[in-house]
Write a protein of this length. Structure first.
Length: 145
């Protein structure tokens, strides 16, 4: 070794891999480091897959349902990249994601079949925003006895 740290792959995550959420540990276990918060360009749609995780799909920018989606950019060591992908829920994969400022990075995206019949949440602009809104609705509902 020459003392230089291996450059990792930049990965945009939009759901349970985000800091403080359920699968963040999958990134930390392979030595990934958080880089920054960012947004996609306004050409993505977002669905809640049974309220367990989101699925983001790129669409035509003229689609009125498209929005920007909040993402986190992580640097993932190349040696651990496949492990992170293999632990993602079925129907999620890696593809190219366009960020708001024109940068292209790899990111977690959903397969179209995965979102059939699922709740679209594009209007929230991100998984965390959707979770917060859902929590507010849950708190406002009277308790069932």
């Amino acid at each position: 070794m020459n003392g230089k740290r291996e450059k990792g792959v930049l990965l945009a995550v939009n759901g349970t891999l985000m800091r403080g959420l359920e699968l963040e540990e999958n990134l930390l276990e392979v030595g990934a480091t958080f880089v920054r918060e960012d947004k996609t360009e306004k050409s993505y749609r977002l669905w809640s897959v049974e309220d367990r995780h989101p699925a983001m799909i790129r669409s035509r920018s003229e689609d009125p349902n498209c929005n920007t989606v909040d993402v986190e950019i992580w640097e993932v060591p190349a040696a651990g990249f496949a492990q992170v992908l293999q632990r993602e829920p079925q129907g999620l994969s890696i593809g190219k994601v366009m960020l708001e400022r024109g940068e292209q990075v790899l990111g977690v995206i959903g397969e179209p079949l995965l979102v059939e019949g699922m709740k679209e949440i594009s209007q929230y602009g991100g998984w965390r925003n959707y979770l917060k809104a859902r929590e507010l609705v849950d708190k406002s509902m009277p308790e069932q006895k």
